[in-house]
Design a protein around this ligand. Structure first.
Ligand SMILES: N=c1c2ncn([C@@H]3O[C@H](COP(=O)(O)OP(=O)(O)OP(=O)(O)O)[C@@H](O)[C@H]3O)c2ncn1[C@@H]1O[C@H](COP(=O)(O)O)[C@@H](O)[C@H]1O
Length: 87
């Protein structure tokens, strides 16, 4: 189990060290267009899960949306503090 902040630190480390087989490295290399499509895809899956699926499926889709959101922030060089100051 990890928190949103802990995941972001982990992804920053993946971006820095670029380990073989990392999903994050592949997603970063795919570029902003592909990253944006993933954010939209996962957001749609969250909506579908909320309307038609189980609590567990909703939670899983939400985790994927959070991951994809972090990837797009990371690719742009933003930190979580850049976002938190608007909360
Ligand atoms: N939380 C995630 C995570 N969520 C989603 N994904 C990626 O997203 C893929 C699933 O996306 P798809 O679009 O294929 O999913 P889908 O077909 O829509 O699947 P469903 O939504 O229908 O279930 C997975 O195979 C992963 O590549 C993730 N990849 C990595 N992480 C975490 O990120 C950290 C670093 O991972 P690596 O970079 O792979 O080392 C680790 O803590 C991982 O657990």
């Amino acid at each position: 189990m990890k928190t949103f902040d802990e995941l972001f630190i982990e992804l920053q480390e993946r971006a820095r060290s670029r380990p073989e087989g990392s999903s994050t490295v592949s997603a970063l290399d795919a570029g902003v267009h592909a990253q944006g499509k993933k954010v939209l895809e996962e957001a749609g899956e969250v909506w579908i899960a909320a309307e038609y699926q189980s609590d567990e499926q909703l939670a899983e889709e939400a985790s994927q949306l959070l991951y994809r959101l972090q990837v797009i922030l990371l690719a742009r060089g933003l930190s979580l503090d850049d976002v938190y100051r608007y909360l």
